[in-house]
Design a protein around this ligand. Sequence first.
Ligand code: SF4
Length: 572
Amino acid sequence: MTDNTFNEDQERYLKGVTAGLHIARGVPGMTGLTGAKTLRPDDWHAQARIRAQAMGGELASQEQAKSECNPLDMWDRMTELAAKGAYPKGDDVFLMKGNGLFYVAPNQDSYMCRLRMPGGIWSTHQVRGVADLAKAYGGGYTHVTTRANLQIREIGPKDPLNVETGLADIGVLNRGSGGDNIRNITGSPLAGIDPDELIDVTPYCRAMHHHILNHRELYGLPRKFNIAFDGGGRISALEGTNDVGFSAVLPKADGPLPQRPYFRLGLGGITGHKDFARDTGVMLKPEECVPVAHAVLKVFLMNGDRTDRDKARLKYVLDRWGFDKFMREVQKELDFPLRWFDLKRCEPRAEIQRAGHMGVHDASQNGMHYVGVICPVGRLSVKQMHQLADIADKYGDHKIRATVWQNVVLGGIAKSDIDKVKKAVAKTGLHVEASPARTGMVACTGSWGCKFGNAETKGNAMTLVEHIEATLELDQPINFNITGCPNSCAQHYIGDIGLLGARVDDPDAADPEEADQVDGFHVFIGGGYDDQEGIAEELAASVPASRMPVYIESLLGLYLDERRSGEPFVTY
Ligand code: SF4
């Protein structure tokens, strides 16, 4: 006789798997597309390149590479390389990014694999699976990224396809997570559990994700592209920092539209180039978001600059054309009229709680809570990933929600289990509560693992946190955004304090004329997002990393000493 019962661990695992299936969620917004359906995807791209050349200038080398080999057709070449145990060279390094694989030499002689998970909401079996892949083929850890994503690093030359196929086995489909493609679709990290949200954005993030995966023509854009959905709740999705930001709103009761959630369409966010997405005036039913995003992408794909990589993002088409012309072109790609509606006729957005994703909070489900866990600079060991998955399965809703602040949230926690969850989290070495400096720290990969980095970021970030904790009593959240180079993956322009990596003279050199170049940072202050939107301004240039903790201590100490009652660090 076979015993058909499962032990406790097996039960938890199976619940985690079924939680990942989202069987009843549906994927709205998959219909309603029009446009150049008669063209094959490759025709679109050939036309786009011809147009770009007609605008003048030579195609960028990356465009030449893409025209010779579609990055989605790299499988055989990747198989060949893995069989030989060789790393890619030349254009293959760029082309492999289309499959989420980054050969990150010379900083690390290995691959980084970037994943995809719509809205950053991971099922526990996926977190365990990613952890196991990171253990078997990577460095034994992952990074939570600023797109609520996970990265596996230190993958050897023979293993990239073991990682790719392993990810597919657990339902993590990462095609197009790098290169000139649409990055992980982000959403409000508390989607579905936020008592203040207007709408659960999870189905729309998923619809967008699957739409991309199934539209080959949406790969090979002029440059990378970011899309986010904000549900209008207590935590922002930072949608204003995206090329396309959908922001949930509610029309006022005395207006012409029914009082149900719509999305505003914002375009052109790219904070590394000092621009937030701007409201287009268009108001969308939720099911219209995916077709409209498709139309925006089509217009960008055909008209983006393919000759100058620095001017290839959507912002530059908008700057060149203006919003009116751009939106007229978008309309041509749709078979329903865009709805223009004055933002003033919408209810104000719910108040944003800057620390609402950390610590313990009530959730929308009756009597339930969610718990934010601080993951310093986003690094999680495989053991911690398994431990967090176990906690989410034992006490929570079998999901782990990554945030763009590089932390995670556990939902579906009963009040009676909160203390048990806190204790279980503490056993992982992570924390539910931490100092304002630790909770607000965001750091990109930096020179430790990224060839563009001018300075090491995560280690310097932790040194800074520890120094601030030891010297100051901060009594409010302060966001530190530490980024290794002007690509600004950690968005230094939107931090209360933003640090941008730089090479600077060694301050300890015996002879300043002969000083070596060492890690340093340019210091920016005054950035913000959402209702506190602002681009930080440079306060100091070329501060050596070794002097940074004392410099920031002085800056914050001055604020604490001199502020008037209730005065925030930055006034917006
Ligand atoms: Fe690399 Fe620069 Fe991005 Fe940091 S900001 S991860 S250094 S490209």
